[in-house]
Design a protein around this ligand. Structure first.
Ligand code: ADP
Ligand code: ASP
Ligand code: MG
Length: 408
């Protein structure tokens, strides 16, 4: 019997009625002849509420205790889902990440999965049970409970699917697939039937939170087919697959945005070897994910270095930056909170020149100033003011006519 892994996000299990609906959906997959492992997120806004609670008792909550707290959200969901499944007359058993054998490294709050042992999942499936696994969590190599970063249940599901060699990893969410842009920001966005791992990786890394970036990375590395679809309809969604499996390849697959970053600029640092190494080694030492980096042209032996980082990492980054700034003799640093990043992604950029120019033109026509630019072979990203974001997204999306169906 094949195995199907289904992951249900927070909105899909937001209340008891929705949990019962998920249970029915799981049962219908089971009846169709597959073993089912369900990975669930915390109900609705539970994770945000727990985060809030933590900040009400401590200014900087202990990372270990934060993980202990947050994993409670997913634990509630697995227990309730199994109760609903049992009520429908099916045998079901829930496992925390630790019980499922999801082993991670020791970085609290953004742990990486090292291995999925999965022996209890396999044994339960062999006994004919439906298995529910708590998403977003694991146990570290030093036996502490860890979480996998926001949106991490996607990665739990893919990792479990890889371990069980599942036929598919279905990601059920509140939209019916991957769109050419976040449909909440760009109403004319169009659903894609399929997208490559490579492009999805860039979209996710650029802020399209429909799939956590690590889930796409894991799926690509282990060859897990992902099907993103709505938990509220039966309509087929979007398949994330290898390029060779794609029927046709559009030049541009979509636009993503990210309004969760901040920009820091270190002013007037002496321009000599080792400066960038000193600054970014200090940030890396605190596991801060620096995104874009721009070093200005040197003037009178001094230069400005700007970079973007998650806003949530600012309280850690600011003190970390102070000592290299002082050591290097920099003038100081500025922090900008109100920035956003717009990224255009498409495998066709490799062979079609002029894509970046067209994006910059679209932004210019919309009166949007570009503060930073970075590119990969299949992506162009621009940092802009957050207040310009909605206008910028629509301008870029329309310029590449992404809302129109691909010619057949
Ligand atoms: P879940 O709770 O099910 O994990 P998320 O909120 O993490 O759901 O992800 C789904 C959301 O991702 C959608 O509601 C949508 O607003 C957003 N999103 C961003 N970019 C895209 C995109 N390109 N296609 C579809 N959804 C997107
Ligand atoms: N509950 C976690 C979060 O809100 C994990 C997830 O939903 O994927 O980020
Ligand atoms: Mg999510």
């Amino acid at each position: 019997m094949g195995v199907v892994v289904q992951k249900y996000g927070g909105t899909s299990v937001a209340d008891p009625e929705k949990i019962r609906a998920v249970a029915e959906r799981v049962v219908s997959t089971r009846k169709a002849g597959s073993d089912v492992v369900v990975v669930v997120s915390a109900m609705g806004a539970t994770t945000d509420d727990l985060l809030d609670l933590a900040h009400q008792v401590a200014a900087q909550p202990s990372p270990r205790e934060m993980d202990m707290l947050l994993t409670a959200g997913e634990r509630i969901s697995i227990a309730l889902l199994c109760m609903a499944l049992i009520d429908l007359g099916y045998e079901a058993v829930s496992f925390t990440g630790s019980q499922a054998g999801i082993v991670t490294d020791t970085i609290h709050g953004k742990a990486r999965i090292l291995e999925v042992k999965g022996s209890r999942i396999r044994a339960a499936l062999a006994e004919g049970k439906i298995v529910a696994v708590a998403g977003f969590q694991g146990v570290s190599t030093s036996s502490d409970i860890t979480t996998l970063g926001r949106g991490g249940s996607d990665t739990s599901a893919v990792a479990v699917a890889a371990s069980l060699e599942a036929d598919v990893c279905e990601i059920y969410t509140d939209v019916d697939g991957v769109y050419t842009a976040d449909p909440r920001s760009v109403p004319s966005a169009r659903k894609l039937d399929a997208i490559t791992y490579e492009e999805m990786l860039e979209l996710s890394a650029s802020g399209a939170k429909v799939l956590q970036v690590r889930s796409v990375e894991y799926a690509r590395n282990h060859g897990v087919p992902i099907h993103v679809r709505s938990s509220f309809t039966q309509a087929p969604g979007t398949w994330v697959v290898e390029e060779a499996e794609l029927m046709e390849q559009a030049i541009i697959s979509g636009v993503a945005h990210d309004a969760s970053e901040a920009k820091m600029t270190i002013k007037a640092v002496p321009d000599h070897p080792g400066v960038a190494a000193r600054i970014f080694t200090a940030l890396a030492g605190e596991a801060i994910n620096v995104d874009m980096i721009v070093q200005n042209v040197s003037s009178h032996g001094h230069t400005d270095v700007s970079f973007t980082l998650p806003r949530g990492d600012l309280p850690t980054a600011q003190p970390v930056i102070e000592s290299p700034c002082a050591e290097l003799g920099a003038e100081g640093f500025d922090t900008e909170h109100d920035i956003a990043k717009v990224s255009l992604v498409g495998a066709g950029m490799k062979t079609h020149p002029g894509v970046a120019a067209q994006m910059f033109t679209a932004l210019a026509r919309a009166g949007v100033n570009i503060e930073m630019i970075s590119t990969s072979t299949i992506r162009v990203s621009c940092v802009i003011k957050e207040t310009d974001l909605d206008r910028a997204l629509v301008a870029v999306h329309d310029s590449f006519r992404l809302g129109e169906a691909a010619p057949s």
